[in-house]
Design a protein around this ligand. Structure first.
Ligand SMILES: Nc1ncnc2c1ncn2[C@@H]1O[C@H](COP(=O)(O)OP(=O)(O)O)[C@@H](O)[C@H]1O
Ligand code: SF4
Ligand SMILES: [Mg+2]
Length: 332
C-alpha cells in the first residue's frame, strides 16, 4: 500500500508570551490519503488554522513556532525540518492553500491570469504562452465560464463566488497533490457555498486531490468529507470515518457539536448550544480541557488528561468516559 500523502505526527505549536510559553496546537496526529477529504472541525480558537499553518510553514508571527512532532510528505521529507527556500517550493508545488476571504489573498493589482501564470512559472520551466494556456485551462476546470475572455480581469471584476474559484485556480496552478481549504465557504451565500463544495468534490474525483477542509459546520462535513478530526483546545479529541463521527460519536464534545447542528440528532437531547465558553489562550483547564463544559465530567477528568487512544484502527478518542458502547477489539 502506498504511504499516506501526508502524515502528521504529534505536531505541537507554541506561542511565546509574557506569561511564558503557551500551547496552541497540542500533539495533533492524522493521516491524509490520496483522494481523501479530511474535515477539521471545532469551535473558533480550537487550533484548526494554526495546525494547517504549521503544516505549510506559514505561522503568523515570529513568536509562534513548532515545538514538536513531524509532518511527513509522501512518506519521505519531514516538512518541519525544511529550509524556507525548500518550503516555498512545497507551498503551491505540493500543497496549495485557500482561505475564507479571497480578497485578502488575491493580489488586487494583478490580473487573475497573471497570478496563476506567475505561480506556474515559479514552479515550472514553461514560456509565457504555455503558462497562459495552462491558466485558461485551470480557470475552465474551476468553472469560470469564458476563461479566455476573463483571464485578464482583475479580482474586483469577479463576484465573491468567482473570486473563490479564482483563488482555487491559483492554488491548483502547479497541480499540487494536497489542498488545504481554511473555511473556504464561510463567507459565501448558501447557493455559492454548495457550488464551491461541489467543485472541491469534482477536483478530488478528477485529480485525486487530497483535501484538508477546515470548517466549523458539521453540515459541510456530512456533505463532503471522508474522515473527520474534531479539535478542542488545540488537541484532536476524536477522529474517525465521517459515518462513525456523525452517527456514532463517543466524545461528549463531538456529540455536543452534532446536537448543535440544526438537523442534529434530537435523540441526544434538546441541547442546542454547548453551554460555557471554549478555553482561551493562557487559560487552558487542567485534565481534560473540555471538563468545565462536560456533563459527564468526573474528578478524574479535572485532574488527568485523557490519552488519545486508537480504539479501532482508524477511530481515535481522547476521553475518560466515552458515550455509548465502544467496541475495543482493535484497541491499540
Ligand atoms: N497571530 C496569533 N498570535 C497569537 N495567538 C494566535 C494568533 N492567531 C491565533 N492565535 C491563537 O491560537 C489559538 C488557535 O487559533 P486558530 O488556529 O486560529 O483557531 P481556529 O482556526 O480553530 O479558529 C487560539 O488560542 C488563538 O487565540
Ligand atoms: S474526559 Fe471527562 S470531561 Fe473530558 S470529554 Fe471525557 S467525560 Fe468529558
Ligand atoms: Mg481558523
Amino acid at each position: 500500500m502506498s504511504p499516506p500523502v501526508l502524515s502528521v505526527r504529534d505536531l505541537s505549536v507554541i506561542a511565546k508570551t509574557d506569561q511564558g510559553p503557551q500551547t496552541l496546537v497540542d500533539r495533533v496526529s492524522f493521516e491524509l490519503n490520496r483522494g481523501e477529504i479530511l474535515g477539521l472541525v471545532g469551535e473558533s480558537g480550537s487550533g484548526k488554522s494554526m495546525t494547517c499553518r504549521a503544516i505549510i510553514g506559514l505561522l503568523p508571527s515570529s513568536r509562534i513556532s513548532i515545538s514538536g512532532g513531524s509532518v511527513i510528505l509522501r512518506g519521505k521529507s519531514d516538512l518541519t525540518h525544511l529550509e524556507e527556500s525548500d518550503m516555498r517550493k512545497v507551498r503551491g508545488g505540493d500543497i496549495g492553500m485557500i482561505f475564507q476571504n479571497p480578497s485578502s489573498h488575491l493580489d488586487p493589482v494583478m490580473s487573475i491570469g497573471g497570478q496563476i501564470t506567475e505561480s506556474i512559472r515559479y514552479h515550472h520551466q514553461v514560456n509565457r504562452a504555455e503558462a497562459r494556456n495552462r491558466a485558461i485551462e485551470i480557470l475552465h476546470q474551476v468553472g469560470i465560464s469564458d476563461p479566455a475572455q476573463r483571464i485578464d480581469d482583475y479580482p474586483h471584476e469577479f463576484s465573491g463566488g468567482m473570486r473563490q474559484r479564482a483563488m482555487i485556480a491559483v492554488a491548483l496552478a502547479c497541480n499540487p497533490e494536497i489542498l488545504i481549504a481554511d473555511e473556504p465557504t464561510t463567507a459565501l451565500d448558501v447557493t455559492v457555498q454548495a457550488q464551491i463544495l461541489r467543485l472541491l468534490m469534482d477536483l478530488r474525483e478528477k485529480r485525486e486531490l487530497s483535501i484538508i477542509l477546515i470548517t466549523h459546520d458539521l453540515g459541510v462535513v456530512a456533505q463532503v468529507c471522508d474522515t473527520v478530526a474534531v479539535m478542542y483546545g488545540g488537541r484532536i479529541c476524536e477522529r474517525g470515518p465521517k459515518r462513525e463521527i456523525i452517527l456514532d460519536a463517543h466524545h461528549p464534545y463531538t456529540t455536543g457539536l452534532i446536537d448543535c447542528q440544526p438537523s442534529g440528532g434530537s435523540h441526544r437531547g434538546l441541547v442546542k448550544t454547548i453551554a460555557g465558553q471554549p478555553p482561551s489562550q493562557g487559560s487552558m483547564p487542567t485534565g481534560c480541557a473540555f471538563h468545565p463544559r462536560c456533563a459527564h465530567a468526573t474528578k478524574e477528568c479535572a485532574q488527568t488528561e485523557p490519552a488519545a487512544v486508537d480504539y479501532q484502527p482508524n477511530h481515535m478518542l481522547a476521553c475518560h468516559h466515552p458515550i455509548g458502547e465502544i467496541n475495543e477489539g482493535g484497541r491499540a
